[in-house]
Design a protein around this ligand. Structure first.
Ligand SMILES: C[S@@+](CC[C@H](N)C(=O)[O-])C[C@H]1O[C@@H](n2cnc3c(N)ncnc32)[C@H](O)[C@@H]1O
Length: 212
């Protein structure tokens, strides 16, 4: 989400900039490229891209895995992804998918911390805004991730320093996953990372990691 963001602009203006470029569907930017690059190396098995936007990331990873499915809450995004030949489901986060359905889940979430007064009620705002904390979509995604992953499954999650790297790591651990940073790129106003999440396990058994 760093493309074309002038140096000293507020989050609200960044939203406006992006809004001016494309009003309905998030188009590939640096964050998309970083996720695609990590996915090309790490994705395996049945792969799902949550919040697919244009479908570009799913398209990039397709040749590297046996199957790829995309999902988005935005009907315009679903249409664009289908136009790329990607099987796409319109759903909120992981709601439409059954238990243990995927070996790899990819997510570049909306993460810009946004004052509610500066949000627009449109699809582009939904693609960018992570609510006041920047983590409002990340938390429910992590809460449901373990359900849709097959045993031994993994996720690749894009994290921006704007959403609070340490806070996201804590959410990841609380959800029972171990985060490993597999990509990092710094820009003038944010650092983007890709975390590879695998289940925390004790003696080979999945665990929340919490000692009762
Ligand atoms: C930052 S964009 C990423 C788009 C694309 N994956 C990429 O990397 O270029 C975030 C995407 O998440 C989608 N999204 C937002 N809220 C969602 C939700 N509750 N469930 C599913 N997708 C959602 C948006 O519509 C948008 O397409």
């Amino acid at each position: 989400m760093t493309a074309n963001e002038p140096d000293d602009e507020s989050t609200a203006t960044k939203l406006a900039d992006r809004r001016g470029q494309e009003t309905n569907v998030y188009q590939p930017a640096e964050d998309s490229g970083l996720l695609a690059d990590a996915a090309e190396e790490f994705a395996r098995g049945r792969t799902l891209e949550v919040g697919t936007g244009s479908g570009w990331v799913a398209e990039q990873v397709g040749p590297h895995v046996p199957s790829v499915v995309a999902a988005d809450v935005n009907p315009h995004a679903c249409r664009q992804a289908r136009e790329r030949g990607i099987e796409t489901v319109r759903t909120n986060l992981l709601d439409a998918f059954g238990d243990g359905s995927f070996d790899t889940v990819l997510f570049n979430p909306p993460y810009l911390p946004t004052d509610p007064e500066n949000e627009w009620d449109d699809w582009m705002e939904q693609a960018l805004s992570g609510g006041e904390s920047g983590r409002e979509l990340i938390a429910p995604f992590l809460d449901d991730l373990g359900r849709v992953l097959a045993p031994g499954g993994q996720a690749l999650l894009l994290v921006s320093s704007l959403a609070g790297y340490e806070e996201v790591e804590e959410l990841v651990r609380d959800a029972g996953f171990v985060p490993e940073e597999v990509r990092q790129e710094s820009y003038p106003f944010e650092t983007l990372s890709i975390l590879r999440l695998t289940r925390f396990s004790i003696c080979g058994k999945p665990s929340s990691g919490k000692i009762e």
